[in-house]
Design a protein around this ligand. Sequence first.
Ligand SMILES: *Cc1c(COP(=O)(O)O)cnc(C)c1O
Length: 403
Amino acid sequence: MNISNIPFLDLVSPHRELQEELISVFRTALETAGFIGGSAVESFEKEFACFCEVPNCIGVSNGTDAVRFALLAAGIGRGDIVITVPNTFIATTEAITQAGAIPKFVDIDERTYNMDPVKLQEYLESQCRTNGTTGALEDRVTMQRVAAVLPVHLYGQMADMDPIMEQAERYRLHVIEDACQAHGAEYYSERAQRWHKAGSMGIAAAFSFYPGKNLGACGEAGAVTTAEAEIAQKVKMLRDHGQAKKYYHDIEGYNGRLDAIQAGFLAVKLKYLSEWNAKRRDAAARYNELFARSGVDVITPFEPAWSKAVYHLYVVRCDERDALRDALAKDGIGTGIHYPIPLHLQKAYASLGYHEGDFPVAERTAKQLVSLPMSTNLSLQQQIVVAGVMRASSFRLCEQVGD
Ligand SMILES: *Cc1c(COP(=O)(O)O)cnc(C)c1O
């Protein structure tokens, strides 16, 4: 049998195509010795803000710092509760904890894999109350202040922002978007009667430019976007040791700046991002059609009418997930699992006191999810091979949702 050799993610080809442009960024940095900050960072920040249709972008050292700085700049800190989902990369909750706050999970929607607004509402209505003295919302059990909601636009698909924003307004909570997988994704707001870009709806949002993300640096990088000038100013201070002016430290901050070289690389790649996202959407549509046509029995991604997803990952669900992965691996086809263990069941969070069964949807889907090859240059031929191997594996692949 021929080994097809289809990588889960092809990062080599897109960089080969941009080699000359990227090398010239590096050459300029060497010639000017401008390695940190400066005009390369500022111009990338302007361009990315423009791309996200939001007034401010602040480049930082990675996506984890972006989440942490966004929280801190929004005034969230010690003892505050931040509501998020259990099926995300641990960076989301690490940033919450590192800001001094406590992650509180609500379950996800079975079809979008993102925060279920009904579960959010249930938590706020039945497990929280308003503190008579301070007027703040607090958890009935722990009596800690509920300060923010942190939806994650997982796999490049938007969380359902309208009802999340409505709940947040009702209870006066900040909304901070984890847009680390969603550069360029869009949400149609019924309330505003228009499309919004990921990263432009909450009080602030975090982006990661880890190499494998839809917009990736050639190393580590991230950004915070925000419409609020005050938050932008605060993030600028936090990333640079709390200084607004060199050696004048109003607060203690962090070493969390964006390298000029990475900003230059990102500016080169940003020009192609819309085209790359369109290619990912095309590839996702081709997978959907191939599976439907050839009767491959997996649950394909659901894209509601209000979402334009950018398919950072193309994730299907299947009961025989491990058998499916083995069959694909035998044929040289790479896959991934994002993520195998929901955060509330990770050892690192044993102290939060959650148990198996607390978030049934996140737990069930975690056992069924498999991410198929997805890259900007994934070809129809490669996808036909993937679909062929999946069809040929004779096991009953999947139960449909709701069975
Ligand atoms: C990648 C990612 C992060 C963290 O970004 P880094 O740049 O790796 O620090 C945070 N949240 C989510 C959902 C991510 O996918």
